[in-house]
Design a protein. Sequence first.
Length: 402
Amino acid sequence: MKQFYRPGLKIVAVLLALAASAVQAQTPPAGAARGPAKVGVIDMQRAAVKRSYTLPGRAVAFEQTEIRPRVGGVVTDILYSPGQPISPGTPMFRLDRTSYEAATQSARAALARAQAAVPVAEAALDRAKKLEGSGSTRATVESAEATAAQARADVLSAEAALKIAETELSWTEVASPIEGIAGVAQISVGDLVTAGQADAMAIVTRLDPIYVDMFEPSARILSIQDQIERGELKPNETLEVTLTLENGQSHNSGGTLIAPSVTVSPSTGTQDIRFRFDNPDRRILPGMFLRGEVVLGTVEAFLVPQRATTRGRDGALTAWIAGPDNKAVQRKLEANGTHANAWIVTAGLEPGDQLIIDGLSNLREGADVAPVPVTIDANGVVRDVAPADTGSADPKAAAGSE
């Protein structure tokens, strides 16, 4: 059998062997030591952090009244424009006045008759007193005194009847008792209404200012009271309240605490707290669901960006720090709520700790790290600190501007 010599195959084999040698030379041997991992850190310092809670709320009209007639009659005029502001005492409806005008005239006539009878009775009394003992007896005098007193009483009764008649006549113009916005009329001209009827003729609502009822769990209220008693929370003299509308926009007016309720809802376990807000543009309407942020006071704590922490299966909150010997150390934290996008940490850190917020993947306890000072903005973006600013990173940047 003949063998053929192919020099090209030998050249290819030599090239493959050289390439394999080069790859082995570049690959570090197994178990070779790697350099410390670079991690972004911020310096932790205690600060007075605003302690706030976000609460659900619902808008309630500051004043709202259902307009009903105080006398009966046929509606003859509707005197207002729906949707327009009206002031107290503004006439809204007019009822037929005929019967009430007649009743007023009758009451005036009755008063005139009563007033006319008074001089006659008093003159008869004077004559009886002068003739007493000669042409008149004591019984006659007493009878004249009773007649005169009755005449004066009839005047008072007639005056009261006239006042009632005039008042009922004035009630034929149905007016708004409050300032506000008048709604659409629920009746029309020609309808018959009765005094004190169940159905409202219209509704007037005052929108500026407006109430907002916020709902706070009773258990959290007890917790806040305990924190104040222990001195952990320093309450403000006045509550700071900001309101967020349904579209996510902030209301431009701060709220004023009116009063908390003195009962707890048995169905939700919450306590209602009422605030008052200015509402000059009438953007907030009764019934709207809102979100309020209430700042109760300040607490001395660390602000730890949430991106630097993890929550274990047992609920424990942990974070990594770069130790004095540049070793990664995992710390268990105790948080007391949040501020913007940061945890309010009250235990687990010490002033001067270097919190690792970048390069957290594959970290393990005791691993070598190379800390690099960084900053983090309100959007959670991490940036290196310029050389001139090294060491000046502010942990409050994690929570945004206050």
